[in-house]
Design a protein around this ligand. Structure first.
Ligand SMILES: [Fe+2]
Length: 139
């Protein structure tokens, strides 16, 4: 079906590709966080068991937001596990059971996503500023 939301098909396609890659990484991080929720061992078991559950629940919401954004711009969200693994940039090392390794691994994955999103947010701000400067001439 044709989508007319003020973004060209070419741009929507490019955004959908980027969002599907982000979606894949969020899936990996979701799955890893849930796996750690199951496998955590040690004196702080319950604290981390609960923290991981809170975080994978939040990641599931993020996943849904991204997937539905892709549908909003007229494309399909990649939902097949094999394809998700191919698209993702995050790694899945053998699941550690100790809290220090788990935290270090999750933290590093969040940092990868933060860096990617920071770049996009930076571009967004640049475009907003350029658009504001251009709009200022219309008064
Ligand atoms: Fe559980």
């Amino acid at each position: 079906m044709k989508v007319n939301i003020g973004i060209t098909e070419k741009n929507r396609q490019a955004v959908a590709v980027a969002l599907n890659q982000l979606l894949a990484d969020e899936h990996i991080l979701y799955n890893k966080t849930r796996n750690y929720h199951w496998s955590i061992e040690g004196p702080s078991f319950m604290e981390f068991h609960k923290l991981y559950e809170t975080q994978y629940t939040e990641l599931a919401e993020i996943i849904d937001e991204i997937a539905e954004r892709i549908r909003t711009i007229g494309h399909f969200a990649e939902g097949r596990l094999k394809e998700i693994i191919k698209l993702a940039s995050l790694e899945e090392p053998a699941a550690p059971t100790d809290q220090a390794s788990q935290i270090a691994n999750l933290d590093s994955d969040h940092e990868v996503l933060i860096n990617k999103l920071d770049f996009v947010t930076g571009l967004l701000k640049q475009h907003e500023k350029m658009a504001w400067m251009l709009r200022s001439y219309l008064r």
